[in-house]
Design a binder for this molecule. Structure first.
Ligand code: ATP
Length: 294
């Protein structure tokens, strides 16, 4: 018998490395990035409807619930792709801060694709689901894949990497969003070569060496974001200086900054040290998966 609903944890991602290679003629930027899933997640419930409508509810009023919602767009994509299937009711409980560089909307879209594939026994294989997901946004394929991966192209061409385990993360966000398009549009080309090396970072990921991974953290968008939002740079400096912190970096286009930390105890201590300097802060871990059943 078909199940009436599916409950999914849609995990956030961080970027351990993000280099911008070039601007394409279509306006998108070619990047080289290293994604990693983290434990922080939204709860997404997908329920089968008796008609063909798609509805979205979200407990965060900042998030649109119409066709602008990436979860809505994921459901629409699948119902157009397989016209025989009914509509769905999507419930999103947000924990991932919105427009924060943690890929929350993309994770919600990935959860809906993954959930509907199971709910309606569509039997779409992972490569096909990932190919479809790239039409929603550049980060959606990674959110489907989960774990760790290098992203090339606009982030959608993925090479899986071994995820790190036993790594604690502290997240801190100053309480405002940075529009992704603004951050990319304000990079100065041509770029000088990064002092960090993605191949060295990947090598340390293979060896599971957290401290060495931390030494190669890099994000090309940081300078642009810091020049307009000094509070992001200040948060990073604070996080990097916390006892047990191996290094800190802004994720994606910001404004969330994360630190790789030695232990859960030190991660909790870092949160107390950051205190009121951040509007949002959380202790989490590097996750081997991007989606899981609730
Ligand atoms: P990325 O790191 O992939 O660029 P992000 O974490 O910076 O993503 P999101 O939280 O995905 O950003 O939100 C970006 C914008 O997308 C928000 O301004 C919001 O209005 C819109 N949006 C659409 N659908 C969602 C959703 N399901 N959850 C959150 N935001 C959404």
């Amino acid at each position: 018998m078909a199940i009436p609903e599916i409950r999914i944890h849609a995990h956030a991602k961080i970027n351990l490395y993000l280099e911008v290679i070039s601007k394409r003629s279509d306006g998108y930027h070619e990047i080289e990035t290293v994604f990693h899933s983290i434990g922080l997640h939204d709860d997404v419930i997908v329920r089968k409807r008796s008609d063909r409508a798609i509805t979205v509810r979200c407990d965060d009023p900042q998030v649109p619930t119409d066709a602008r919602n990436l979860a809505y767009r994921a459901a629409k994509l699948l119902t157009d792709f397989r016209p025989g299937i009914p509509g769905v009711e999507i419930d999103i409980q947000k924990r991932i801060p919105v427009a924060s560089g943690l890929g929350g909307g993309s994770a919600n879209a990935a959860a809906v694709l993954w959930g509907m594939n199971q709910l309606f026994d569509l039997n779409l294989a992972q490569p096909e689901l990932m190919r479809l997901s790239a039409r929603i946004g550049a980060d959606v394929p990674f959110c489907l894949l989960g774990g760790a991966a290098i992203g090339r192209g606009i982030g959608e061409v993925l090479t899986p990497l071994p995820p790190l385990d036993n790594a604690w993360i502290v997240l801190a966000n100053p309480g405002f969003g940075v529009p992704t398009a603004w951050a990319y549009d304000n990079i100065n080309f041509p770029l000088t070569k990064s002092s960090k090396n993605v191949n060295i970072l990947v090598c340390h990921l293979h060896n599971g060496e957290l401290e060495s991974v931390a030494a190669q953290l890099f994000n090309r968008l940081e300078t642009t974001v810091n020049s307009k939002y000094q509070s992001v740079a200040k948060l990073k400096t604070k996080l990097a200086a916390c006892p047990g912190s191996f290094g800190a970096l802004m994720s994606g286009s910001g404004a969330t900054v994360f630190a790789l930390v030695d232990s859960q105890h030190q991660a909790n201590a870092a949160v107390s040290i950051i205190g009121a300097a951040a509007a949002f802060q959380a202790v989490t871990y590097l996750s081997p998966v991007g989606l899981s059943l609730d």
